[in-house]
Design a protein around this ligand. Structure first.
Ligand SMILES: Nc1nc2c(ncn2[C@@H]2O[C@H](COP(=O)(O)OP(=O)(O)O)[C@@H](O)[C@H]2O)c(=O)[nH]1
Ligand SMILES: [Mg+2]
Length: 363
């Protein structure tokens, strides 16, 4: 859909405006400011890349790659190597399409990360995106730490038009996941997305909590493909990298959602994460609305960063329309007033009364 692609690209361009002003303005000044390609030119280029939060590793390999190409093609003038720089950056950040396997299978997406990075918002956006692809989505509000977290996710569930399984404030997050799995199985859901609390300041607790959740998923829902996404706040730059490393120590992280790229000049961090961690950035957040989550597309990202308009068939693959079967919007949610917030539980099929029963710990 050409129109959709334009919309996708425009939002990306808009979202990356601060990063573009930061990085690209610097590029332009050296591409035009230097007469010849010399050590000073490379040094200044390196400085701009590092200042743009692209990271040491990525900067080093981008420059090595560029130098090789410049030599091979006998390029003398800086303006002539702009395209080469762009392609060197793109080469740093390709995401394999097999990385989105969970979109095509029955799956559970566990969303983790520290407080305030955008987990709940991303769960909402992701649910909306998958629902639009015709998938049957269920959310689990496994951040039971604060009642407000459940309310916030419930709003997103309404916005996205999907079902949500919640628990009482203070309930065991794993018990919410347990109930959500039962609902997902009974409903034959395609995707179950679990929001979690982000209390990294106590690593041991976090590890234990995650281990319980993994154990439930393993035992109760082994047929589901498991995807663990860490959410990182793009405005925190290098700090985001450190968080990703810590989460990778306690969970089997399969991808990253990088949020708030619209509010930062540090968008280059997407490139750093990709090359420093060997964990793919799978989605990026470019705003607070439901359609402000995009599948990460290296070509589109770099084009948007450099203000290059996409060609008809290029880039913007995140906007591909995958129209599937229509799923009916579930209407049978049952509201329960519960400690000040409204808990949405899943109404079991008539002949399946025990499906949402008291939680019993599996041994
Ligand atoms: N501008 C912008 N704000 C975002 C984005 N993602 C999340 N936010 C905001 O970040 C704040 C924290 O988000 P939330 O989902 O509650 O974080 P959580 O604590 O990790 O669940 C909220 O005000 C969100 O609206 C994004 O991509 N862009
Ligand atoms: Mg949250």
């Amino acid at each position: 859909m050409a129109e959709e692609k334009v919309g996708f690209f425009k939002r990306l361009v808009k979202g990356l405006s601060k990063t573009r002003d930061n990085i690209v303005a610097g590029f332009d000044s050296i591409f035009l400011g230097y007469e010849v390609i010399d050590d000073d030119f490379y040094e200044e280029l390196e400085e701009i890349l590092i200042m743009g939060d692209i990271g040491i590793n990525a900067t080093t390999s981008i420059l090595e790659n560029l130098k090789e190409k410049v030599e091979e093609q006998h390029i003398r003038r800086p303006v002539e190597c702009k395209q080469l720089l762009i392609s060197s950056i793109k080469d740093q950040m390709r995401v394999d399409s097999t990385e989105y396997e969970f979109e095509n299978r029955k799956s559970v997406i566990l969303v983790i990360g520290v407080n305030g990075v955008g987990k709940t918002t991303s769960v909402g956006k992701l649910a909306g995106m998958l629902k639009d692809q015709g998938k049957r989505v269920i959310m689990a509000a496994a951040d039971t730490f604060r009642a407000a977290a459940g309310e916030q996710l419930t709003e997103w569930a309404h916005r996205a038009g999907v079902e949500i399984i919640g628990g009482q404030e203070g309930a065991d997050p794993a018990s919410v996941v347990y109930d959500a799995v039962a609902a997902a199985k009974a409903r034959n859901a395609d995707v179950l997305i679990c929001d979690t609390a982000g209390r990294l300041h106590n690593k041991k607790n976090l590890m234990e909590e995650l281990r319980k959740i993994y154990r439930i998923l393993d035992k109760e829902y082994p047929e589901a493909y498991l995807e663990t996404l860490v959410v990182l706040d793009g405005t925190t730059g290098q700090n985001a990298l450190a968080q990703a490393r810590q989460f990778a120590e306690v969970a089997n992280v399969s991808g990253i959602i990088l949020t708030k790229l619209d509010g930062t000049a540090k968008g280059g961090i997407a490139i750093a994460i990709q090359s420093e961690l060997d964990i793919p950035v799978k989605y990026i957040g470019v705003g607070e609305k439901i359609d402000d989550l995009q599948k990460f597309d290296a070509d589109a990202f770099v084009n948007a960063l450099f203000g290059i308009e996409p060609e008809e068939d290029e880039g913007a693959s995140g906007a591909e329309e995958t129209s599937g079967e229509e799923t009916e919007t579930p209407k049978e949610e049952k509201k329960e007033e519960n400690g000040g917030w409204t808990m949405f539980t899943w109404a079991a099929d008539e002949d399946d009364e025990n499906a949402y029963s008291e939680f019993n710990w599996p041994d």
